[in-house]
Design a protein around this ligand. Structure first.
Ligand SMILES: [Zn+2]
Length: 262
């Protein structure tokens, strides 16, 4: 049996536990004998991760939930294999993530990026239960509160547990945010709302889906919000921008007959 390396009380993160990087963060939350996992990463690391969980003295039949924070291939590819090893666990996700996973939408899940010759396997997944804003997951005597935080993806969820927020791909320790991509269903105004919600909450710690946990630092969140506020009005972000003020200025200049050299 291995010694449990807690990140916080009742919370183990499997990369931190193993002291090496498997892929995305995989959080094990437990109360009594019951436990859940948020995300699982790529299929080729699943057996090793579940073996690690077994060595931490968790009984595999007591896994209640496998939680998809959203539908990205690097978070969910391994869930089919995980379900084989954890047959009692329910696979749960937001309805927007369910649509992508059950229809095997390879573009929205980033399994396929044709322009970059990126193409990875992604099994079709059957979601056992939808999770929506305000739902609660019961783990022993613990309640995990579901937050719907769209922006990076329409089906992006975060999970609050006391002063902790399992924050998915909303924001990372260096202030980066989850990628903004039209084909992925990203929405910058929604993203700003989600970041504001996290910023103004009394959550103390953010446990992201990539990289280490970090404090809910208001100024870090504000710098990301300020950046995204600018993105909304920049051509750099293509159809994810809400407008492009230069075109309004140009229209005005055209109507007034202003020569560019004037
Ligand atoms: Zn991600």
């Amino acid at each position: 049996m291995l010694e449990r390396r807690h990140l916080f009380p009742n919370v183990i993160e499997l990369n931190y536990q193993a002291r090496r990087r498997f892929g995305c963060c995989v959080y094990l939350v437990y109360s009594g004998a019951d436990w859940l996992l948020t995300d699982i990463g790529y299929e080729d690391t699943v057996d090793e991760l579940i073996d690690l969980v077994r060595q931490l003295d968790f009984s595999l039949v007591n896994c209640r939930y496998l939680v998809a924070t959203h539908a990205d291939a690097d978070h969910v590819q391994g869930f089919l294999r995980a379900k084989e090893l954890l047959p009692e666990a329910k696979l749960v996700a937001h309805p927007d993530a369910r649509r992508i996973l059950e229809s095997n939408d390879r573009i929205a899940s980033f399994a396929e990026i044709p322009a970059q010759n990126i193409s990875i396997e992604l099994p079709s997944l059957k979601i056992d239960q939808d999770l929506n804003e305000g739902d609660q997951l019961e783990i022993g005597d613990m309640r995990v509160e579901v937050w719907h935080t769209p922006g990076h993806a329409a089906g992006q969820l975060a999970f609050r547990c006391g002063n902790l927020l399992f924050s998915g791909d909303n924001i990372f320790r260096d202030g980066c945010v989850g990628s903004i991509d039209a084909h992925h269903g990203s929405d910058i105004p929604d993203f700003i709302d989600s970041l504001r919600r996290i910023q103004t909450s009394d959550v103390e710690w953010l446990l992201p889906s990539h990289g280490p946990a970090f404090r809910n630092d208001r100024s870090l969140l504000q710098s990301a919000i300020d950046r995204l506020e600018q993105y909304q009005h920049m051509a750099d972000f293509g159809t994810c921008a809400v407008d492009w003020p230069l075109l309004d200025q140009w229209e005005d200049e055209l109507a007034r007959g202003i020569h560019p050299a004037d």
